[in-house]
Design a protein around this ligand. Structure first.
Ligand code: HEC
Ligand code: HEC
Length: 290
C-alpha cells in the first residue's frame, strides 16, 4: 500500500516538473524586451490620440489615407474598451495574419504586412509588454472610409494579391541582417518609403525607392541611389536628431518616426539599420510628373 502511494506521488511530481519545464521552454514573454520592440516598431504613434496628456495606447489617433480616415484602436488590457480579453494566440494571429479573433480581416492601415515578419519570440515579448500597460476605458470609434473601402471582405482580395504571412527567415548574426529585420519587420519603413500602385499594393520593384504620395507629398528614396551621398554619420544624425547635414527639418510623418522609433534604438541597432540600407538594390528616383 505504502509503495503504491509513493509511486503515484512520484508520477504526479514528475508530471508537475515536466509541465514546469515545458511552460518554461515556450515561456512567458519579457515585457522589458517588449517595451524596446514596441519602440522599434512605433506602436505608440498610431495607438495614441494626438493631444496633450493622451493615454498611451488607448487609441483614437486619426490616420488619414487616400481610402479614408482610420482610427488606431485601444490596445491596453481593458476588458471591454481594449484587448483585455485576448489570449496571446489572438495577438499573434492579429500580427501574423492580420485577422481579428472573430476571423474578420484587419485593414492594412495596421501595418501587419510588415509585422507578419516579426519572430514568434519577439511577438511574445510585445504581448507581455502590452499586458503590463494600465487598462484604459477610452472607447474606440469607427473608421471613416470611402465606398467601397470600408467593406472588410474586400481586404481578403487585397491580402490575396499583396500579403505573404510568415516571420523573416534566413537571418544571420551580421549587422545587415539585423538591420533588414529592423527595417522590414519592426520599423515597417517600406509602408511609407515603398511606393504603392492604385490598389494600395507595394510596388516591389521600387522597394524603399520613395516617390510621391497620393496627397502630393514626397517620401525620400532610401536606396543607395540617393543615400550614397550621405555618410553613415549623416544618416545616424538624421535618424536621432531629425536634422539633416544642411540643417533641414523633416516632414512631420518622418519627424514622428524619428521621435518614437529611430532615436530610441540602441547604437548597435541604429548602425545595423544603416548597414542594411547600404545593401538594398539602388533604384533611381522616378522622373517628376508635371
Ligand atoms: C501605421 C499605424 C499603426 C502602427 C504603427 C501600429 N498599428 Fe496597430 N492598428 C492600426 C490600425 C489602423 C488598426 C485597426 C485596423 C482595423 O480596424 O482593421 C490596428 C489594430 C491593432 C490591433 C487590433 C486591435 C483590435 O481591437 O482589434 C492590435 C492588437 C495592434 N494594432 C497592435 C499593434 C502593435 C503591437 C503595434 C506595434 C508593433 C502596432 N499595432 C502598430 C494602426 C497601427
Ligand atoms: C509614416 C511614414 C514614414 C515611415 C514609417 C518612415 N518614413 Fe522615413 N520619411 C518619411 C517622409 C514623408 C520623409 C520625407 C521627409 C522630408 O522630406 O521632409 C522621410 C524621410 C526619411 C529620410 C531622409 C532621406 C532624405 O533623403 O532626406 C530617411 C533617412 C528616412 N526617412 C528613413 C526612414 C527609416 C529608416 C524608416 C524606418 C525605421 C522610415 N524612414 C520610416 C516618411 C516615413
Amino acid at each position: 500500500m505504502r509503495a503504491k502511494v509513493w509511486k503515484r506521488w512520484r508520477r504526479t511530481a514528475s508530471g508537475i516538473l515536466l509541465a514546469a519545464v515545458v511552460s518554461g521552454a515556450c515561456g512567458q514573454g519579457d515585457p522589458q524586451r517588449g517595451l524596446y520592440l514596441s519602440k522599434a516598431a512605433g506602436c505608440i504613434g498610431c495607438h495614441t490620440e494626438e493631444k496633450k496628456d493622451a493615454a498611451a495606447y488607448a487609441g483614437g489617433r486619426a490616420l488619414k489615407t487616400p481610402f479614408g480616415t482610420f482610427y488606431g484602436p485601444n490596445i491596453t488590457p481593458h476588458p471591454e474598451a481594449g484587448i483585455g480579453r485576448w489570449t496571446e494566440a489572438d495577438f499573434i494571429r492579429a500580427m501574423r495574419h492580420g485577422e481579428r479573433p472573430d476571423g474578420a480581416n484587419y485593414f492594412p492601415a495596421f501595418p501587419y504586412p510588415s509585422f507578419t515578419r516579426i519572430t514568434d519570440a519577439d511577438l511574445r515579448d510585445l504581448w507581455a509588454y502590452l499586458r503590463s500597460l494600465p487598462p484604459n476605458s477610452r472607447a474606440n470609434q469607427s473608421h471613416d472610409l470611402g465606398f467601397p473601402y470600408g467593406w472588410r471582405p474586400l481586404v481578403a482580395l487585397w491580402k490575396w494579391l499583396f500579403f505573404t504571412p510568415g516571420p523573416m527567415t534566413a537571418q544571420d548574426t551580421s549587422p545587415a541582417s539585423r538591420g533588414a529585420y529592423l527595417v522590414q519587420a519592426l520599423g515597417h519603413c517600406g509602408e511609407c518609403h515603398t511606393p504603392r500602385n492604385f490598389l494600395g499594393g507595394p510596388k516591389t520593384s521600387r522597394f524603399l525607392a520613395g516617390g510621391d504620395l497620393p496627397d502630393g507629398k514626397g517620401v525620400s528614396n532610401l536606396t543607395p541611389a540617393r543615400l550614397k551621398t550621405w555618410s553613415d554619420a549623416d544618416i545616424a544624425n538624421f535618424l536621432t536628431t531629425g536634422v539633416t547635414s544642411d540643417g533641414d527639418v523633416p516632414a512631420e510623418a518622418m519627424g514622428e518616426v524619428i521621435r518614437n522609433t529611430t532615436s530610441q534604438l540602441t547604437p548597435e541597432d541604429l548602425s545595423a539599420l544603416i548597414a542594411y540600407l547600404r545593401t538594398v538594390p539602388p533604384v533611381a528616383d522616378e522622373p517628376k510628373k508635371k
